[in-house]
Design a protein around this ligand. Structure first.
Ligand SMILES: C[S@@+](CC[C@H](N)C(=O)[O-])C[C@H]1O[C@@H](n2cnc3c(N)ncnc32)[C@H](O)[C@@H]1O
Length: 203
């Protein structure tokens, strides 16, 4: 099911099972993919269970298909991934390397009440002449970090997509700076929350 909220669009469904519908919903290539997808098998299983949907892919296949989707959505733009730090080397890097993606940089921040330094960020794709090393932020935490990314890389009018958008922390931050946002989420309750918040902002 697709929700249209002004210029923004959110799909409720498994983005890998319905990737053609999702690509059609989004339309032409976007400027930015900004996303924090499930980062290991256990987390992925938990998300499927919470959504009441059968898990039909193991984590490695899930990631391979997701990376292919990022490339289809955003062949020339910027792809910003946020990943659990420890899962990163083990799972993500070989898949990204095999896809030929160019790593532009990464940094570690923190999340959660205990401010654990376990998030890793990676950029790849092409994005003007931004020198990613010099714009890396000081240590940031949670929402502060999301806002930093948005302020640094997202301009009004840009088209931004998150194929695993949850309740939309990244998309809502992008919408706040007047980007047009697209998302998909398997969990209907999260979709409802995000749609409600986008609707409120348009009123
Ligand atoms: C780490 S969370 C994203 C959190 C989000 N950035 C937020 O602010 O809430 C990953 C999300 O991906 C969703 N997800 C997992 N597998 C999915 C799939 N196949 N299709 C769509 N969404 C999926 C989960 O339900 C979860 O909400």
């Amino acid at each position: 099911m697709i929700h249209e909220i002004g210029p923004h669009k959110i799909m409720h469904g498994d983005v890998l099972r319905y990737s053609e519908e999702f690509l059609e919903m989004v339309g032409p290539a976007v400027d930015v993919v900004y996303t924090d997808p499930p980062w290991d098998e256990r987390v992925l299983t938990g998300f499927y269970e919470a959504s009441g949907v059968d898990k039909w892919l193991d984590f490695e296949l899930f990631l391979c298909r997701l990376v292919a989707l990022y490339e289809a959505l955003c062949p020339d733009g910027l792809i910003i991934l946020e990943f659990g730090y420890r899962a990163f080397d083990k799972h993500l890097l070989p898949i990204l390397e095999a896809s030929g993606a160019k790593t532009l940089g990464s940094f570690v921040t923190s999340y959660g009440l205990k401010k654990k330094p376990i998030d890793c960020r990676l950029w790849f794709g092409t994005f003007g002449n931004v020198d990613f090393i010099s714009v890396f932020p000081p240590k940031l935490h949670g929402r502060e970090q999301v806002e930093w990314v948005v302020d640094t890389f997202i301009q009004p009018g840009m088209r931004v997509v998150d194929p695993c958008c949850g309740v939309g922390m990244q998309l809502l931050a992008a919408q706040k700076v007047c980007a047009i946002v697209y998302g998909a989420e398997i969990n209907g309750k999260k979709v409802d929350k995000l749609v409600k918040r986008l609707n409120c902002r348009l009123r």
